[in-house]
Write a protein that binds this ligand. Structure first.
Ligand SMILES: NC(=O)c1ccc[n+]([C@@H]2O[C@H](COP(=O)([O-])OP(=O)(O)OC[C@H]3O[C@@H](n4cnc5c(N)ncnc54)[C@H](OP(=O)(O)O)[C@@H]3O)[C@@H](O)[C@H]2O)c1
Length: 316
């Protein structure tokens, strides 16, 4: 073991001369005014454990108590302080199936957050939460205005396309993060720009044929394209190579052709997953205009003009 330096605020960047294979820990158990960075052996990974290379930890009040000797670590835990960390899995024990090397994770620790590397039982590890990126075509449509709200509520970064600045402004007010005017911008280019070249994780598409290739081109690795409409037509020609290369998934979903049992399943999923968001005021209906039932033809003309934003109602 080699004592390297002292001082609580020592930055890890100052330690680049350390030997990589060794674990560096900050040890201020001994004294409240000075701390020591020292080099120790890498921790050994048990069969049910994961070794995490720590990217960041955060202080807990308990750390100060441990430093003063009044909150010793439990038996078998790291003698060093701290109860939490985020980082990257560096190795896994032979019984661990959920985690693989390279996973970005956070963990609840019994000690050891002040180390560069820490072992933790696999059950105390969580994936770093990541909101997916989600492109909604026709963001101002009845379906689009709902989708923006529920996706934001679930933590996604939401992209929308729409055909006018007024509609895009409305989408932004509903929570959309990236608003693309499909009449003046190429959505594929914009999606790539906004995602550092990766593409989005999920696309909801109502255009169909003319967007098929461009949608595939806009998807991230393991991306999913859900087609719910064919406003642009059903026929297309596409280069499917990118589907293999990026493991893409394409699914189309109609509703009227489903069995009553399947429709009932959809309804129960909506009740479970969407109703609470509506009850909590996180998702609100967007109503553009109401017509008396006898003016249904007028309502159709409005829908076909595409001037509306959100839903058009008929009142008997
Ligand atoms: N599969 C299902 O279960 C299911 C169920 C319900 C509805 N749908 C389908 O979902 C779609 C939306 O339904 P809705 O009732 O919400 O209709 P809606 O309010 O009339 O919306 C249609 C939207 O399509 C947009 N649009 C048209 N061409 C576009 C393009 N090239 N790029 C991007 N957006 C474009 C329009 O935007 P602009 O006005 O800005 O052009 C408009 O916002 C329809 O195609 C409908 O058939 C499917």
């Amino acid at each position: 073991m080699k004592v390297l330096s002292a001082g609580i605020a020592l930055a890890s960047s100052q330690l680049t001369y350390l030997v990589e294979r060794n674990n560096k820990v900050f040890n201020n158990n001994v004294d409240s005014s000075i701390g020591m960075l020292k080099e120790v052996e890498n921790p050994r990974v048990g069969d049910d454990e994961v070794l995490i290379k720590i990217g960041a930890t955060a202080l807990n009040r308990a750390d100060t108590l441990q430093r003063k000797g009044s909150s010793p670590p439990p038996e078998g835990a790291s003698p060093y302080q701290d109860l939490e960390c985020a980082g990257t899995v560096e190795s896994v024990g032979k019984n661990v199936t959920r985690w693989t090397v390279g996973d970005e994770v956070c963990a609840l620790l019994s000690g050891g957050g002040y180390e560069e590397k820490v072992v933790v039982p696999a059950g105390q590890v969580l994936p770093v939460p990541r909101g997916e990126t989600f492109l909604i075509h026709g963001g101002s449509s009845g379906i689009g205005t709902f989708s923006i709200q529920i996706a934001k509520h679930q933590g996604a970064r939401v992209f929308v396309t729409a055909g006018s600045e007024e509609k895009l402004t409305f989408c932004k007010e509903l929570g959309a993060d990236v608003c693309i005017n499909y009449k003046t911008e190429d959505f594929v280019v914009r999606v790539k720009e906004e995602t550092g070249g990766k593409g989005v994780d999920v696309i909801l598409d109502n255009v169909g044929g003319p967007y098929f290739q461009r949608n595939l081109n806009s998807l991230n690795v393991n991306g999913r394209l859900f087609i719910i409409g064919f406003q642009g037509g059903t026929i297309t020609e596409a280069n499917l190579g990118c589907m293999l290369a990026r493991c893409l998934n394409v699914q189309a979903a109609g509703r009227r052709t489903r069995s009553p049992e399947n429709n009932a399943l959809i309804v129960s999923e909506v009740e479970k997953n969407v109703w609470p968001a509506i009850a909590a005021g996180k998702v609100k209906p967007v109503v553009y205009k109401s017509f008396p039932l006898y003016e249904a033809a007028e309502a159709h003309r409005l829908m076909e003009s595409s001037k509306h934003i959100g839903k058009i109602l008929l009142i008997p």
